[in-house]
Design a binder for this molecule. Structure first.
Ligand code: 0X9
Ligand code: ZN
Length: 305
């Protein structure tokens, strides 16, 4: 198996980020987006193949939830594919010619590290509060989108603890700050999770339909269709609240309300056989099918804007 067909420790991923930027000095830059509760850096890569005026951008984050190991693996896969197939594959070339691509491979480094050392099934970050011995907030309940209403919990001992207040966690605040600063260029927001094979879009924090619901539905449908055709795998798709469950405080809904009108959460393989413990032999399949969905959606965004 190649490097990209294995799971990697946090240290390996930091090393990879550095080396990827070093080896591609004209196209890749490392951006320090912020730091985690335990003071680990949140590094994003910026892929930029030209300097067009008014160039737009897309953002992808991976590893909001610590145990979803296929998610950081996808971010690495996506960067590697982009660097390897620019000028080889038409779709990725069109995307990179028209958009800068920001990729944050591990948004929750403290939690990710913890899944490698202590508890493989950890989900939240690792923040500590004086009022409880329970550790961590769910970063995907910590954004300011109907924060801590039905589908999240004020109880720090639950898996869906929303945190003390919106953006109380340094990891969510760092990403929110970055997107606020770049909202005029970022047109597409993507957050990668697992598992259950779904392509979700706003809203998850309410049962309301997004203003461009039919656009989002059409894009998700086309992406799911491609996965079915090319890889014979089934992805469900739809607005989060109606497709999976009501879950407020998510990054996708928050980014959407900020004005990033193409906002998606992908739930990668599988549908429950291995769940979060997806074997390494499944990484290439899971990433290739997610990649075709990313390409389909990014090309549609370029076409529409
Ligand atoms: O519940 C979540 O945060 C996501 N599912 S997961 O199993 N990976 O935890 C779904 C997120 C959908 N979007 C929002 N709830 N905003
Ligand atoms: Zn998740």
């Amino acid at each position: 198996a190649t490097f990209y067909e294995r799971y990697h420790s946090l240290e390996d991923i930091y090393y990879w980020i550095n080396r990827t930027a070093h080896d591609n000095p004209s196209t890749v830059k490392v951006i320090l987006v912020g730091s985690s509760y335990e003071k680990r850096p949140l590094y994003a890569l910026k892929l930029s193949f030209n300097d067009r005026p008014n160039k737009k951008a897309m953002w992808t984050d991976c590893g909001i939830h610590a145990r979803e190991w296929i998610s950081p693996a996808f971010c690495l896969w996506f960067v590697h594919y982009s660097l390897s197939f620019y000028k080889q594959n038409q779709d990725i070339t069109d995307i990179l010619d028209n958009m800068d691509v920001y990729v944050l491979p591990v948004m929750n480094p403290d939690g990710y590290k913890y899944t490698w050392t202590s508890n493989r099934m950890w989900r939240k970050n690792r923040s500590i509060s004086k009022t409880t011995s329970c550790i961590g907030a769910d970063l995907n309940r910590n954004f300011d989108a109907n924060w801590c209403t039905e589908g999240a919990s004020h109880n720090p001992c639950t898996e869906i603890y929303c945190g003390a207040f919106p953006e109380s966690e340094p990891e969510s605040q760092a990403v929110a700050d970055f997107l606020r600063r770049h909202k005029d260029t970022v047109q597409l927001y993507l957050s990668i999770h697992s598992y259950s094979q779904m392509l979700l879009f706003p809203y998850s924090c309410s049962l309301e339909e997004a203003e461009n619901h039919s656009d989002l539905l059409e894009m998700a449908e086309e992406a799911a269709q491609k996965i079915r055709r090319y890889y014979r795998n089934i992805y469900r798709y739809g607005a989060g609240a109606k497709t999976i469950y009501l879950a407020p405080g998510g990054s996708d809904d928050w980014a959407y309300n900020l004005g990033i009108k193409y906002s998606f959460t992908f739930e990668l393989q599988d549908r429950g056989r291995y769940g979060f413990l997806l074997p390494p032999s499944h990484i290439s399949g899971a990433c290739n099918e997610a990649l075709i969905a990313v390409k389909t959606i990014a090309l549609k965004v370029i076409e529409k804007t």
